[in-house]
Write a new protein. Structure first.
Length: 366
């Protein structure tokens, strides 16, 4: 999978650009606050329909304008596909080959990208919400069922919370809402469990390659109920959990237990990574997670995603830079943003390398 062309219109600080990209490595250079991260953000947005920097789509519209669109041509193994996202005050519209796409789950996965940015370094010490968002965004790239089920669960949770705020609560109706939420939650818990199991297996292998040691990396899934591969056991456990919390939910007028309260604790040699690992080790674990994700996407879709490295490549030493590129097949298209002078010896590979200069919402080949 390769990003062939990209057009941005009124996105962040870009008024209107239309640029073509070859395969290989693309290095975006320029001073701070010129639009390098914005460009990478637009590529990620095409992949996930979400920004990694804001939860409000309106923040992405160029100042003084009322809408933006991102349009791209994606070269795949068998075809080239045109996709587009348009956002205005009325909402978000998705298109494939100019045909409207009504469900986000039908759009996500058409183009995949994996990003590593400075904010990722906060993953281990941030709130559980941030780690859930990480899992949700990455898992959504490989499972349309997860995307659609998560949407249903989120809607049901909002509906249940709104109903709990009513002056009079009909417990029979609340039970119906709860049962529907449980059905969706079972699917989400099972997918999260198996996804983390597979991702961590790959992460361990790539971490050893990047760090040249045999440190063990694990993750504890703090689920709202004990995990079971048997769907009915999970369902029964969730129903008991909601029943146990019912009085508390009615008192606080919100749902106090469930998949929206879960957490994922990363560990190194059975100790919490957040307090045990050095900054260099955390960076290597994150990088190993991203490399693992690239290979997971390929195994499932038979297409490699685009890799986006936002101002982090320069933070790696020469050994890790070399090992990173060695761990990625030639087919992976890579975008690297940096404010530093690029030492081409650090990119010691047989890949084509293209340098770009980004300045105040414009981009040109060096």
């Amino acid at each position: 999978m390769r990003l062939e062309t990209l057009r941005l219109h009124d996105f962040r600080n870009y008024a209107d650009i239309n640029v073509s990209f070859s395969d290989g490595i693309h290095i975006l250079t320029g001073k701070n606050a010129q639009g390098k991260t914005n460009l990478l953000e637009s590529i990620l947005y095409l992949s996930t329909t979400r920004s990694h920097r804001t939860s409000e789509d309106k923040d992405l519209i160029k100042e003084g304008e009322e809408a933006f669109f991102i349009k791209a041509s994606i070269a795949k193994e068998q075809k080239t596909e045109d996709i587009r996202v348009t956002v205005n005050e009325k909402g978000k519209n998705l298109f494939i080959y100019q045909n409207p796409v009504n469900r986000v789950s039908d759009f996500i996965g058409e183009f995949n990208s994996v990003m590593f940015c400075p904010d990722d370094m906060n993953l281990f010490q941030a709130s559980p919400r941030v780690r859930r968002r990480f899992v949700d965004m990455e898992l959504s790239k490989i499972s349309k069922k997860y995307v659609s089920t998560l949407y249903v669960a989120t809607r049901l949770l909002k509906e249940r919370n709104a109903y709990l705020k009513q002056e009079r609560v009909d417990r029979s109706y609340l039970e119906v809402l709860t049962a529907q939420l449980v059905d969706a939650s079972v699917i989400i818990i099972k997918q999260r469990h198996f996804f983390l199991e597979e991702l961590l297996e790959k992460c361990r292998a790539f971490y050893r390659q990047l760090s040249n040691d045999d440190t063990d990396i694990t993750v504890r899934y703090l689920s709202c109920v004990p995990f079971s591969e048997k769907e009915q056991e999970l369902k029964d456990a969730l129903l008991k959990k909601y029943q146990k919390h019912l009085d508390r939910d009615l008192l606080l007028k919100q749902t106090t237990a469930g998949i929206h309260k879960e957490d994922f604790i990363f560990e190194m040699n059975n100790k919490e990574l957040v307090s045990y690992a050095s900054q260099g080790q955390k960076r290597s674990v994150l990088l190993a997670l991203k490399i693992g994700m690239i290979h997971m996407i390929h195994e499932i879709t038979q297409e490699y995603p685009v890799l986006l490295l936002d101002d982090v490549f320069s933070e790696l030493d020469s050994y890790r830079k070399a090992e990173l590129l060695k761990s990625l097949p030639q087919e992976v298209q890579i975008f690297i943003s940096t404010t530093d002078t690029v030492d081409m010896e650090d990119i010691n590979s047989n890949r084509r390398v293209t340098l770009w200069y980004v300045n105040n919402g414009t981009i040109e080949r060096c």
